[in-house]
Design a protein around this ligand. Sequence first.
Ligand code: PLP
Length: 410
Amino acid sequence: MSHFEKVVQAKPDSIFGVQETYKRALATYKALPKDHPDAAPEKLPISLVIGAYRTAEGQPWVLPVVAEVEREMVGKENHEYLEMAGHVGFRNAAQKLMFGRNFPEVATIQTLSGTGALSIGFNFFARHTNIRHVLLSDPTWGNHFTVAQTAGLTTGTYPYYNSQHNSVKFEEMLQCLRTCDPNTLVVLHPSAHNPTGMDLTMEQWAQLAELFTARRTLVPFFDSAYQGYASGDLDADVAAVRLFTDHGLQVVVSQSFSKNMGLYGERVGALHVKCDSVDEKDRVLSQLAALARATYSNPPSYGARIASTILSDPARFEQWKGCLDTMTSRLKGMRHALLAALERRHVPGSWNHITVQQGMFSYTGLTAPQVAYMAEHHKIFLLPSGRMSIAGLTPANVERVAAAMEDAVT
Ligand code: PLP
């Protein structure tokens, strides 16, 4: 008899599942004899799946500022536990980066990156407030549903993206948020919306801030996974968060350093909860720390120490901004290169949205069958929703991607 007899296989993750298919295709490709027709360089499988930065050569990038700080750290630090709420210097610096200043009434806890921040945040609301429901943008990052539901919250969506016109359904979004049930958490993407790459304008954020001011039972929960990645400007990318705090709203923010510092595997992030008073902040922080204690006790220190140094040392901070510029410029360049290649080929349809969208992803408009066709016939992988990670494009593969898109849509 096994205790695990009745355990059913979990559904593959909607993103990592596709990446696994790509990895299998790559392994098959690599195992082919060199003279096999399918071993030609133009048959090399291409992944446009994962939201992780790649260089123009298609390689992961350790930011030079991170590498230098790591070298300086060697032998100088010990491996003691951090406190439950995390590295104090990191937490203060992360809060300042998000809000532009430190607030005595913001509870900030270091988390296992953005996902960990969402999880601690959702669990906190489920256990310590009367909020039980989360509204997510339609569409959104798939894991939002899973993390919220695992915390015991129910999920729904608000209208966001109009695929026909490649625009934001702002009026419908407003209407939904005006009429939705009270006591709802509303997850908002401050910039580089995943998966669509379509962000709200500052005028639209101002209207939303008015709406949340009028409906105080709704809680705005900003998921900031791409600060600095949309415009290249760290302040501009979180302007919505600051606008909401300026309105005196009780914002919640999950903050990730995976993408903007390239610290994906180190799990560096923070959760910020803006309270009405210092006393309230102290109580909230104690409960956030208690949730951390019950789950992983205290967060990892290595990445937090790197981030803390970069955020607190003005010279390092400037160097980091240069790295962000390198990444965002390359991504913008690849958007333009893809659009130019599609236009040169006169691929049917309108593709301008590829350069209007910002950040790591493009919501290409390719349909699920077209995406499947590209995988089968061209070994080019993206999500069935048509989401393409722009970071996977390189000068060497962009023509091939455009040719495959042409083949798929004609
Ligand atoms: N939120 C959004 C919208 C994301 O796109 C991601 C990562 O892709 C995350 C959160 C979480 O990333 P991480 O846990 O690596 O910070």
